[in-house]
Design a protein around this ligand. Sequence first.
Ligand code: IPE
Ligand code: MG
Length: 224
Amino acid sequence: MDGNGRWAAARGLPRVAGHRAGAQAVRRTIEAALQHGVQWLTLYAFSSENWRRPEGEITDLTGLLRHYLRNEVTELAANGVRLRVIGERRRFAADIQAAFVDAERLTAGNARLNVTVALSYGGRSEIVAAARRVAEAALAGTLDPAALDEAGFAEKLFTAGTPDPDLILRTSGERRLSNFLLWQAAYAELVFLDVLWPDFGAQHFAEALADYARRERRFGARPV
Ligand code: IPE
Ligand code: MG
């Protein structure tokens, strides 16, 4: 979800106005996913690298996150959304960490749409954390290194139990993954949109799905 700052700058507004408008785009996107019957949606809201931003912007972003968790979760739960948070959760303030737990608990019984929010998330550090868990299990004698396969490794990632993404969509005209779901993205179809995230809406969502539907996915196999 990229382009909040540029959206605000284009209007002579502070960056936080872009982040607020970005939160509205999150609402629209979840609605669109529900409407299209998409069952898994992962939102890259804050990367491990985003901690390098100025303190004021971090405060604005964590403030918005706090607000969102307080005010939106009940409605998400009512709409059949199950919420999960992946990333270095411990880097957030204690009350936000508690709100993650509450939101996950409150929505744990839902299955219509699984929304995963990636917060303080980085694909490489996720892979390193998984490797560490594998090494620990091997040292403890509960895992035979020779028996480790891709499925077994994937179970050590934050996304254990979540299917790999079929489609990854990035807004704002940048054409890179920026450390998002590096392991899981192995065969994802990539869609890059020139629209800034706060302008993203149901129409863009539908167009991305239509684009995806036109792709031929072979997973390395021969064309038939
Ligand atoms: C995305 O918008 C929001 C976050 C990364 C939290 P940006 O803040 O990256 O907006 P640009 O890229 O400066 O336009
Ligand atoms: Mg950006």
